[in-house]
Design a protein around this ligand. Structure first.
Ligand code: ADP
Ligand code: MG
Length: 534
């Protein structure tokens, strides 16, 4: 009791402190120097404002605040919160939880603030002490953190979906090799009744469509065939120009504006696929006509431009292709998803949602960047930034494989190594159909036994992914024995995967699955011809 009694404030002493100008001055200084804006509003006008408040509203002097009504600076949220608090608690002062509000500055601009108010009733009017904090920076930091998190999730999603898509495509390509192979054999079979041929053609057509889908999926997953070369950007655009013009069709213009010479380091076929996919989308975006403009330039990027999912594009020089259409454009929500596989806004049957997914994967695989600019009704521009080539010599256009090698295939022995029995059967039968003598093995170990027994083949066709001794290891062992032995790989994966697996041999040719009997024979003949011409 005595203790409490001692603590209870002595009214006389309190009065004495209030009177102490010394202490008032200290409080005044505290308020004046506080980093947050502090205001006292007497229900009618502002009666106190500290230096931070003056700065916050963009005033030069306190007088620009004092005497003015509070709603000259604040929007309803704060005022409502204060009023509600007063209604709830009567005239008892209580702390209103901080309220986010917008402060209207003297110049008309607005800033985000957090207002903490201690309301009170002064002569029957809702009054308040206010602490006003500028939270612009805090909000910006929060937004940046949120965005970074979203970008990270987006990137992880694309990575995961890419791995899945690549795996599925690889499996499906094996199966499609079987469908296309046996379909071809049926079509060629003289015993096949004429009336059944359309059925087989339907099967083949569906398999061809599946092969297009797996092709785009492999491109998306960065596992498509990829052999970068030094290319003249302008020559490349000039080459695809007629294709683009044709697919744009009637009523749509194509303008090509080429910049100065520019050498890039990319895969030609893949870049053509990118431009074609972009043009196909542009055609669709311009149903009642418009103009597609393709521009090239050597461009310098600076100031940390961001690409899709916030990827920051390193400053520097790039080969640029810009593809601009005057079509319907896209809103931000659509733009955020266009590179996802199977994202489409087109009616069922009209779009697969794989075109831009392939574009995205190809740009990544080629170490390039893509930037989209679009708005509804304002058209769309895709900018492709490609790595410049350090090398000055431009590679020639890839030659078509020469027609079959001179001489007859009879007496030429091929060794086929493939672990999938049905795929192996297709390959063997296709090559036998071409007149070759064909040996076969279901994996690397067996292939080594076969060559031990049968001697050196003229050419080895091997799958890459096999249990035990895979294609790469098999090739290494065979080359150790016969350094100039020709080896062709068959794979659903790219040359990059080959390198990843340790096949450093850039000379090795890879036949992309799904295999087709005709192209298989062409590749084998080309490899044999190259061998004899050496
Ligand atoms: P698809 O063409 O099969 O729909 P894409 O991956 O090529 O798949 O494109 C995905 C989506 O991106 C399209 O459905 C469309 O909404 C949008 N899009 C792509 N290119 C354009 C463009 N040039 N103009 C407007 N929208 C586009
Ligand atoms: Mg498309």
């Amino acid at each position: 009791m005595t203790e409490r009694g001692e603590k209870r404030e002595d009214p006389e002493r309190r009065t004495a402190i209030r009177r102490s100008t010394n202490r008032d001055e200290r409080y005044e200084r505290l308020v004046e120097l506080a980093p947050d804006g502090i205001l006292i509003h007497d229900g009618e006008q502002i009666v106190v404002a500290n230096a931070a408040a003056v700065r916050l509203v963009g005033a030069d002097h306190r007088d620009q605040l004092i005497g003015r009504p509070i709603d000259a600076f604040f929007h309803p949220p704060y005022l409502r919160a204060v009023e509600e608090q007063l209604v709830r608690s009567g005239d008892q002062a209580g702390l209103v939880p901080p309220v986010r509000d917008v402060l209207c500055r003297l110049d008309g601009s607005e800033i985000e603030v957090e207002v903490t108010a201690i309301p009170f009733v002064d002569r029957g009017r809702a009054s308040a002490h206010l602490v006003v904090r500028d939270i612009t920076e805090r909000l910006a930091a929060q937004a940046a953190a949120r965005q970074a998190e979203e970008f990270l999730q987006q990137a992880q999603k694309m990575e995961a979906v890419g791995a899945l898509a690549g795996g599925v495509a690889h499996e499906v390509n094996n199966m499609m090799s079987v469908v296309l192979g046996f379909g071809t054999f049926l079509l060629r079979d003289p015993a096949m009744p004429e009336a059944r041929l359309p059925d087989v053609r339907q099967i083949m057509k569906a398999a061809d469509r599946a092969a297009v889908v797996t092709g785009e999926l492999l491109a998306f997953s960065r596992r498509a065939f990829h052999k970068p070369k030094v290319l003249d950007l302008n020559a490349l655009v000039r080459e695809v120009e007629p294709v683009v013009r044709r697919l744009l069709g009637e009523g749509r213009q194509l303008t090509v504006a080429l910049g100065g010479p520019c050498r890039v380091w990319v895969d030609r076929g893949q870049l053509e696929q990118v431009v074609v996919n972009l043009a196909l989308n542009a055609r669709h975006a311009m149903p009642s006509g418009g103009t597609l403009t393709i521009t090239t330039a050597e461009a310098a990027l600076e100031g940390g431009v961001s690409g899709y999912a916030g990827v920051s594009i390193p400053d520097g020089r790039y080969g640029l292709i810009a593809v601009r259409d005057t079509g319907v454009g896209m809103d931000a929500a659509t733009q955020a998803r266009i590179f996802e596989p199977f994202f489409t806004t087109k009616p069922a049957g009209e779009g697969t949602g794989l075109g831009l997914a392939a574009v995205y994967g190809i740009m990544e695989q080629n170490k390039g960047y893509i930037v989209v600019a679009s708005a509804p009704g304002r058209g769309t521009t895709f900018r492709l930034y490609l790595p410049l080539s350090p090398d000055a010599t431009v590679s020639e256009r890839m030659e078509e494989p020469p027609p079959s090698a001179a001489g007859t295939p009879a007496g030429v022995t091929l060794l086929v190594v493939e672990d999938e029995p049905a795929v192996r059967a297709v390959v063997v039968r296709s090559l036998e159909g071409g007149g070759f003598h064909v040996l076969q093995a279901s994996d690397g170990a067996m292939a080594l036994q076969v060559v031990d027994r049968e001697g050196r083949p003229d050419l080895v066709l091997t799958d890459l992914m096999m249990p035990g001794i895979g294609g790469t290891e098999l090739a290494r062992r065979l080359k150790a024995r016969w350094p100039d032995l020709s080896i062709l790989y068959m794979s659903g994966y790219s040359a990059e995967d080959l390198r990843r697996q340790g096949a450093a041999d850039p000379e090795c040719v890879t036949i992309q699955k799904p295999l087709r009997p005709e192209s298989l024979l062409r590749s084998v003949n080309a490899a044999l011809a190259a061998r004899t011409s050496k």
